[in-house]
Design a protein around this ligand. Structure first.
Ligand code: FES
Length: 578
């Protein structure tokens, strides 16, 4: 329920006397130097997600200044406040473990402090979903501003980008193709500016689908972090936040089933990160909307991949910006979109597309008739190994491995993987299937991006570039390979993945959407009887970790905490309705 009170009168501290609460609040806020006139304006909160650990958010201070300018030019009072920030490489054990903490922090700080609207500044992978999850639950008018992608780097005349090229060069180093001096030189070039990873990783995907969902001003997803246009976008977002406050345009009016369908469609068309499925499920869950994975797979059958960006293609986010940004994609997708969905502009997605400047000739966004990948960029698999579903990003996989039967080479945990993957005595061949257990939401915990199992060194040195790999983990959107992810239920809760043994045969059949463990039901039943839940670790018994382990949901429900999602009353994508 949204508060009818405005400005400083919202969410008063409980002293049992509202007028006194307001009197006291004003006394303290005046210590910031505000006049009564300023305090009577619409108050626009601005989330400050800056941290010295988060280079993806390096520009947040200057974005805040620009947002403030926009708020004041539009007659509002901007007040920034801190929230948790998360960077992919600075979050142990993994950023996904902390996404819900950031979402709770955001929700409760929006609710606890007086604000008529909020500008959410994020960018790095988990920050955008966390901010939107929190804002959706708080349901105060909100607008998303991303920090924007990095520019590309270069090495010996070749363009480089985090982190597709991080993985590519690391693979070459492991295979002995380049030496230590060269890998160190590359290390200094992979993230050459402030901003988010500039390939179609999770940050770029989340930015694009947030704009498609209508929670960001048009054109906001692709502007590089260091461009002056990014500052203008920030100023415009601040100004628009004041209007959102006046119009009381809350997230529940924008993040509707239609908007989530547009987001899912866009995810498929951009060849986006598989992580976005988990985040969309979590965001939608906050609004009582469920993601139907099988319907999503069907949506994929008639949604081509249009965007030629790494890791599946050639280009980088700055090229997509030069090609026109998201609207160039939306124009192509238009016949498949819910164009009447409302956006933060106060207009529909269709009206926003119409208002954009006409497109021009470019080679980053393909026309619908000449796509990069015809359909099914992301496929949903079912079978006795994944009764709750599993995901594969076909567009980033080897075509010849999409139908494959192989012998399982099993790693029981991340520790086991690290200890044995490069053991010269490891019994492994190029046509085997690498299986990683206990790397799901509860298992690792936090479902790390460990699904991109490295090719065993002895095979990498023989030139093996790809193998079928299966786990209950996630994978970075910047990665590529024939990798089955999000196996549900996960092994740590006794899912069938827990029962796989070395030498079992596994069949992957992507055209028929199947993932099968070729072991008899009787044998699986016998193994199930013997299965023991992994022993709890000492750290599991207290604090946030206990809350996480007790309440985190499986990947198909977004890995949110079970007490944060609303009861699901509708599932998307829905069949056929335009
Ligand atoms: Fe922040 Fe890639 S690490 S977007």
């Amino acid at each position: 329920m949204t508060s009818k009170k405005r400005g400083m009168r919202r969410g008063l501290t409980a002293y049992g006397d509202e007028e006194f609460s307001l009197f006291l609040r004003k006394a303290f806020i005046k210590a910031m130097g505000y006049t009564d006139d300023a305090l009577e304006r619409p108050i626009i909160g601005i989330t400050n997600t800056f941290s010295g650990y988060n280079a993806c958010h390096r520009t947040v201070p200057e974005l805040i200044e620009a947002v403030k300018r926009g708020v004041m030019l539009a007659g509002g009072l901007p007040i920034e406040f801190p929230t948790i920030t998360l960077h992919e490489s600075f979050a142990h054990p993994t950023s996904m473990y902390l996404r819900n903490l950031m979402a709770i922090d955001t929700e409760e700080m929006i609710r606890a402090q007086p604000m008529d609207a909020v500008v959410l500044i994020g960018g790095c992978d988990k920050t955008v979903p966390a901010l939107l999850m929190g804002a959706a639950s708080a349901n105060v008018p909100a607008i998303m501003l991303v920090t924007g992608p990095m520019l590309t780097g270069d090495h010996k005349g070749e363009r480089l980008g985090a982190c597709t090229d991080c993985r590519r060069f690391w693979g070459r180093f492991r295979a002995g193709e380049i030496d230590e001096q060269e890998i160190n030189a590359v290390n200094a070039k992979l993230a050459p500016s402030a901003g988010t990873c500039m390939v179609m990783g999770t940050a770029s995907t989340m930015a694009l689908i947030t704009e498609a969902m209508g929670m960001m001003l048009p054109g906001g997803a692709c502007i590089p972090a260091v461009m002056s246009e990014r500052m203008r976008q920030a100023e415009a977002s601040g100004a628009r936040a004041v209007a959102l406050a006046r119009e009381r345009l809350t997230p529940d009016k924008i993040m509707t089933p239609d908007a989530f369908e547009n987001a899912l469609r866009t995810l498929l068309a951009v060849g986006g990160s598989t992580n976005a499925i988990v985040h969309l499920a979590a965001m939608a869950g906050r609004l009582g909307i469920g993601i139907d994975l099988d319907a999503f797979d069907r949506m994929g059958q008639d949604t081509p991949v249009l965007v030629d960006l790494k890791p599946t293609g050639q280009h980088y986010m700055e090229d997509l910006e030069k090609a026109g940004g998201l609207v160039a994609i939306l124009r192509e997708l238009r016949p498949l979109l819910k164009t009447r969905a409302l956006t933060v502009t106060g207009k529909t997605l269709g009206q926003n597309i119409d208002a954009a400047a006409p497109g021009w000739k470019q080679d980053v966004v393909r026309p619908l008739k000449n796509p990069i990948f015809k359909a099914g960029g992301i496929a949903v698999l079912r079978g006795n190994l994944a009764p709750g579903g599993a995901i594969i990003k076909q567009a980033a996989a080897s075509a010849e491995l999409m139908t494959h039967t192989g012998r399982a080479v099993v790693f029981e945990s991340l520790e086991d993987l690290a200890a044995r993957i490069d053991d010269p005595k490891l019994d492994v061949h190029a046509d085997d299937v690498l299986v990683l257990k206990n790397a799901g939401p509860k298992g690792a915990p936090g479902m790390p991006e460990a699904g991109y199992l490295p090719i065993p060194k002895k095979l990498a040195q023989k030139g093996v570039k790809d193998m079928v790999r299966i786990s209950d983990a996630r994978m970075s959107g910047t990665a590529f390979g024939s990798i089955v992810l999000h196996v549900t239920p996960e092994s740590a809760v006794g899912g069938p993945l827990a029962l796989v043994r070395n030498g079992d045969r596994i069949r992957l059949d992507v055209p028929n959407r199947r993932l099968e463990l070729l072991v008899s039901e009787a044998e699986l039943a016998a193994r199930r009887k013997l299965w023991k839940q992994p022993r709890p670790r000492k750290a599991d018994a207290r604090g946030y970790r206990k809350l996480f382990l007790d309440t985190v949901t499986q990947a198909d429900q977004g890995c949110d905490f079970d007490f944060l999602a609303e009861r699901c009353t509708i599932r998307v994508p829905r069949a056929s309705r335009k």
